[in-house]
Structure formats: C-alpha cells, structure tokens
Design a binder for this molecule. Structure first.
Ligand code: DGJ
Length: 731
C-alpha cells in the first residue's frame, strides 16, 4: 500500500514541510470551522484539488478521497490541478499561460513546499509554493481561511529569475475543482438603472465564461460575483452552494468548465483580453484575490458568511457607524447656488439626517459644469454658483446643524476642460482614432504615476482645505474606449495598471483619512466589488431608486454584500407611497434625495419619525444576520428579516411585489434566525400618521419556535403594501 503522509494545517501552529520522500502523498487541508479545501500532492509533486466542501471530522480521511473524484480516465493528471499550467500536457482551460524568456511557451508547476500560520485572530494563511522543474519560474498560491466566517480568500504571486522578461498571457487568481452530479450557475447581468438581474442555468460540458472588457465600470453589464449550486438548483436554506466573487475593479474573466469527467473546474482572475503582462526577472506579480464560501445549507448561509466576513475584515468600519444623508442630485441636478443649498441644509436638519451631500455640478470655470458635457477635471469651485467656495458651504451646513459631504469623479476628464487642454497625454485614447465618449467624457490614464498624483491631489486638496468635510461620493461614469496610454511603455499593461493605479491612490487616501466615509459609485452600480470595497465604507447599487425596482436590485446584491454597505435613498423616482420607498431604503444605509420642502405635512412627519426609528433599529439591520424569507421571484411578496447576533431583536420587512387580485401574504411566513427558546413581542414600525396598525393591539408573546415553525402573517395586501415589524425578546 502506498505510504500516506498527512499534514493537517493546524490553527495555531506553523508547519513548514518539504516533500520528504519521493513516494509520499501529502494532503494540505485548508480548513475553516465548517469547510475544507484539500490539496493532494502526489509522489511526482503534482498538486491537485481533491476536496472542496464540508470539512471532515477525521482529517486523516482526506487521504481516502478517490483520486480527483474521477469517473474515468484523466489523460493528463491535470484536470483537477490546483493551478493548471498551459503548454505542457494540459488539455483544458489553464489558470496560467506564459512564454519564457527563451521563447518556450510551456509551463509545468510542481509542489515545492507549503507553510501555514495564523494571520490575525481567527484567520489562517496557507502558502503553497510551486515551481517549474525546467525554469527558475515560481508561483505561490495563498489561501487565507477565515475560520468563523467560512470564507476563503485566494490569490497568487508569480516571479522568476530567467535571463530576460517572461510574458504572462493568463494569470488567474484561483483555479478550483468540484465533482458533483449537476451544476447550476447563477450569474447576474444588467446595465444602467437595471443592475443585478439573476439568471440561473445548468452548466453542461464545455466552458461558460463570465467576463468584462469595459476597463472601468467593470460590472456594468456583468458583475464578478456568482453562485454555483451542486446537484440541484440553488435553494435558500438547503443544498450545496459555492458563492464566489473576484476582488478586482477591472476586466475579469471567470470560466466554468465541466470537464470530460463531468467535474466542474473554474478559473477566476484578471481577464487575459489585451492584457499580456511582461514580467521582468526578480519582479513579482500579485493577482487580485478571489473570495469564496461553501455552504451545504443553501445560499442564505453563503450570503451571511460573506456579510460577516465583509463587515469584520474588508469594509472600512464595517462594524462601525454610518451617516444618514440628504443628497441634492435628483432635487436640483446641476441647477443650484449658495442660497438654494443653504435652504437644503436647513431642510436636511428639519428632516433629521446627519449630513448633506452636494452632488455633481459644483466645479469648473472656463468650462462650467452646468451639464454633463463639460468641466470634469477642473476641480475648482464654480465662482458663479459658489462665490464663497466650499469652505463657506461646510460652515453653513455646520451652522444649520448637519455635516457636509461632496461628490467627486476624479478619474475622469471632459474633452471640454482645462485639464484636457493642459494634459492631453494624461487621457486614455488612441492618437490615430476618433475619440469615443461615454457620458460625454474620457478616462484619465491611472497607469501613469503623475496622473495618480493628480487624482490623489484632487481629493487630498479638497480635504486639506476643508478638514471637517464629512463624506465623499466617488463616482466613475465612463468605460474605457481606445485603451491606450501615451506614456506607458507596455500597451498591454494598461488595463491592469489602471486598476493598480486606482488602488495606489485609494491606499494613499485611506492612509491619510482612515475614517472618512466614502461611497463607491459608478453611474449607479457599475463598480461593486471587494477590491474597491477595501477602501469604501459603502456603495451605490443603482441610480434606479424606484421602490419596487429596488426590492429586486437590493435582493440580488444581498447575496454578496452586507446591508451596512448598501446605500439606499428615498427619492421621487418610484410611484409608490413614501412609506413604501422609505421601508425599502431602510434595508441598508438609509438616505434621501428628495425636495423636503415639497413633502406634505404627513409625509414630513412620517419621514422624521422613520429617521428616529431607523436610528434605533439600524444596528440590527447593519450588524444582524439577514434571512431572505420569501422571494419576490416566487411569491406575491418579498420578505427579509435581520436578526441581531444575540437573537433578542429582529426587524422584518415584507412588501407586496405582485399586483394580481388578492395578491398578498395570504399565509403565515416562517421566520428564521430567531432563538426557538426565546419569547418575542411583535410591533409594527413606520405606521403612517393617522393610521393605526392592525397588529399593534396584539399583546401576544410568541415563542421563536412557534414563529419559525408555524410563522406569522404580516398581513401584506393591496391596502398594506409594505409592512415593517420589530420583534423583541421579552425578558
Ligand atoms: C451618476 C450617479 O450614479 C448619480 O447618483 C449622480 O451622482 C450622477 N452620476 C452625477 O453626475
């Protein structure tokens, strides 16, 4: 019998191992509390994946897992490679493809060593080093295992010491492998004001690719986030699901390949499209991280894993506070002046928000920003609109009793701008082609360090002059056409170095302003990913703020992103009553973009009270666990509940989403996440002035067990299209 050497990566110890005996087979188990990714290294040092799923209680049994879950002949021994190299014996989609300094187009990667060590509380980092036996070319795979959240963050570094540069044609972040009977991929597509539409489809033999080539606004059409359900379509509370998302704000490619043995391989990383990377000897290329979580209790658990992880480890102040705000975009568009704004500050105070956010249109003098055809790049206050400058507005707002924040779009330039006149070589464009505009604008070349300094300076300048400025909305409204840099010696590095340049700027800003709230916006939700969310406290999911549309948009973002980071504004876009729109916006970070002075008395009173209620319940929504109870894709209603960690408080939102006769919550909805042994009172929130709740006279105390077994009917129907209930555990 073959000798088996088992090396379990234990939580608090550091293990470093070399392949001790040539005939030994090793297993590297990257484990979280409930899940495991297991790499097998055979006697020839070939590293393959043999398990991605629930962790085994007896780790020595990983060695028993049948050779790569095969159901037939693997001609190459590479189908389940941990990082499939192209050009030698591989026959399938590779994770990495290179041309060596001598022109040789092949790569082989064998195991050299691995190491595991704690990387913070509840986090363990495993590195696996691979090397080409013929070339001084190495890949190191990194796996950060977040123990309590069941999330694994994976990336790789690539380096070599060949005589000259090596060309990297493809360089994925992760290459995973899962055997199952059937695979169901849920991916999302969209466009402006119609973000995150889900499609679920079975994966069959061959390759399905999700990708973007837009450069910036990378997920306008297709975000880099997906769910793969094993054996059966994804369900909320049962079944095996992998939720994955690439932490990269640029071109990406995620390829799902059902291989000749009917096993699923998937490769996620930077899009190889127009991005061959020339890697000099001794330099290292680091791929972005791919994040994933495995759940065998459906997509609900997968979402909660990612939410907890994001709050704790990724989003700045993810476990902290957020400011409610009043934005002027839909209220004024470009048409404002100091008097109008001062009146809006007072309106914001009257409404009860924490901050006023001044949107687009405050800058540009030679080419004033009075519409979206001019001014981007000229970040000086427009002297006609704001003769006393931003500092005056900051003070005016503070005098009115609220803080002041500002909109910027620092990566962009209008063809009609002084910036473009002065620095045409700072703009991404082709010298011999017509300029193409997206929203009448062009993209600055962030692969150029001088442009990085400029962009940093725009934000730093505004902040230094106005140190009490309380918020930045960072917009990005154009994709990259004619991707060419006048100064970059490597044209095929532009897409990659654009994003790296952006991250360098954000890194510098975060170092100087670690607690500044910043909203990630991209003409709606054109850029929502965990690469950018390392720097932003929140994101703007869509310009579509119609309350009904938002239920669906927020529902789909909720698979991957936590409510504390999801900015929802009450606007006049939807035709629903203000109560409906407010209730929907409360399922995240609440804000407003309305003309407060146009609200009638009851609407104003309702909104003022809603803000006070929100202040009281926001921590349950932001920090609690979210359970999607009734899907608007399947029911007449959409229903979601947020439950505090001690399970003593919950806030439950239900909306009518169908308009057929008698549509509504005709039966009780079973709750989730409560403590079965606790007793809860149920109270309706956001009751419109002048109305009485059908439920608030009910003093019954319900056990968690009852509410989760039998359920409760929130009585949503055409006369009550939106109901918010608060559950409080009785002492
Ligand atoms: C697009 C954003 O999504 C909007 O909220 C607004 O800020 C406009 N840009 C301003 O131009």
């Amino acid at each position: 019998m073959r000798q088996i050497v088992f090396l379990l990566v234990s939580f608090l110890s550091v293990t470093v191992s070399m392949a001790q005996t040539p005939s030994a087979m090793q297993h590297i188990a990257i484990e979280t509390r409930r899940t495991a990714l297991v790499i097998r290294v055979d006697k020839d040092q070939n590293p393959t994946i043999v398990h991605l799923g629930q962790r085994l209680s007896r780790p020595e049994e990983y060695a028993r897992i049948p050779e790569n879950g095969k159901r037939g002949e693997d001609y190459t021994g590479l189908y389940n490679s941990v990082y499939t190299p192209a050009g030698s014996r591989n026959l399938l989609e590779p994770a990495i493809q290179v041309t060596h300094a001598d022109g040789n187009p092949s790569l082989d990667l064998r195991y050299v060593r691995h190491e595991s060590k704690p990387a913070g509380e509840g986090v363990e980092l495993t590195t696996v080093s691979l090397k080409d036996p013929q070339y001084p070319f190495e890949v190191t795979l990194y796996f950060k295992a977040y123990q309590n959240e069941d999330v694994i963050e994976q990336w790789s570094t690539i380096r070599h010491t060949e005589k000259k540069a090596v060309t990297l044609h493809k360089y994925a972040s992760a290459n995973l492998y899962i055997p199952a009977q059937n695979y169901y991929l849920t991916h999302f597509h969209g466009d402006w004001a119609s973000e995150m539409n889900p499609t679920e489809e079975p994966l069959t033999e061959g390759i399905k690719v999700l990708d973007t080539k837009l450069g910036t606004r990378a997920d306008l059409f297709q975000p880099p986030s997906f769910l793969v359900a094993l054996n059966q379509p994804a369900q909320e509370n049962q079944g095996e699901v992998v939720a994955g998302t690439l932490a990269w704000s640029g071109n990406y490619q995620i390829a799902f390949e059902v291989d000749p043995l009917h096993n699923l391989r998937f490769m996620a990383g930077i899009n190889p499209y127009a991005s061959a990377y020339t890697l000099a000897p001794g330099k290292e290329f680091t791929t972005p991280a791919f994040l994933f979580t495995y759940s065998n209790t459906g997509k609900g658990t997968a979402s909660r894993n990612l939410h907890r992880w994001a709050r704790k480890f990724r989003i700045p102040q993810g476990e902290g506070n957020r400011l409610t705000l009043l934005n002027n975009w839909e209220a004024t568009y470009f048409d404002f002046n100091e008097e109008k704004l001062s009146a809006l500050f007072k309106d914001g105070k009257k409404l009860g928000v924490d901050l006023f956010l001044l949107d687009d249109g405050w800058f540009g003098n030679k080419y004033p920003r009075n519409n979206d055809r001019a001014g981007l790049g000229d970040w000086q206050e427009n002297v006609k609109k704001l003769p006393h400058g931003l500092g005056y507005l900051v003070k005016e707002a503070e005098t009115a009793g609220i803080r002041f924040g500002i909109w910027l779009e620092p990566e962009m330039v209008s063809p009609k701008s002084e910036l473009y006149e002065k620095h045409p070589d700072w703009v991404l464009k082709l010298p011999n082609r017509q300029e193409y505009y997206f929203r009448n604008q062009l993209v600055l070349d962030l692969s150029n360090p001088k442009v990085q300094d400029f962009v940093y300076g725009v934000v730093d300048g505004v902040m230094s002059k106005n140190p009490t400025l309380g918020y930045i909305k960072w917009d990005c409204n154009a994709v990259i056409y004619n991707a060419f840099s006048a100064t970059n010696p490597n044209p095929s590095h532009v897409y990659v170095e654009y994003v790296q340049g952006l991250y360098k700027v954000l890194e510098r800003l975060r170092a100087k302003y670690p607690t500044l709230p910043m909203m990630l916006c991209s003409g709606g939700g054109g850029r929502v990913d965990y690469g950018a969310l390392r720097y932003f406290t929140e994101f703007w999911p869509s310009d579509n703020t119609d309350g009904m549309e938002r239920i669906f948009i927020q529902w789909n973002y909720s698979y991957f992103f936590p409510s504390i980071a999801t900015c929802n504004h009450v606007t006049d876009w939807g035709k629903q009553p203000i109560k409906f729109r407010t209730d929907v916006a409360m399922m995240g970070k609440l804000g407003y973009d309305i003309v407060v002075s146009k609200l009638d008395e009851k609407e104003l009173q309702f909104s003022q009270e809603a803000l006070k209620t929100y202040d009281r319940i926001k921590n349950v929504v932001w920090q609690g666990d979210m359970f999607r109870l009734a899907s608007p894709y399947e029911w007449d209603v959409a229903s979601l509940i947020y439950v505090s960690e001690p399970r003593d408080r919950a806030v439950w939102f239900t909306y009518l989403t169908k308009s057929r006769y008698k549509a509504g919550s005709v039966a009780p909805i079973r709750l989730q996440g409560l403590d079965p042994a606790k007793n809860y009172t149920v109270r309706e929130l956001n009751v419109y002035p002048g109305l009485t709740s059908r439920l608030n006279n009910d003093t019954t105390v319900y056990s968690g067990n009852y509410l989760m077994t039998v359920g409760f009917n929130p009585n949503v129907d055409a006369s009550r299209t939106s109901v918010v209930l608060e559950l409080t555990a009785a002492n």
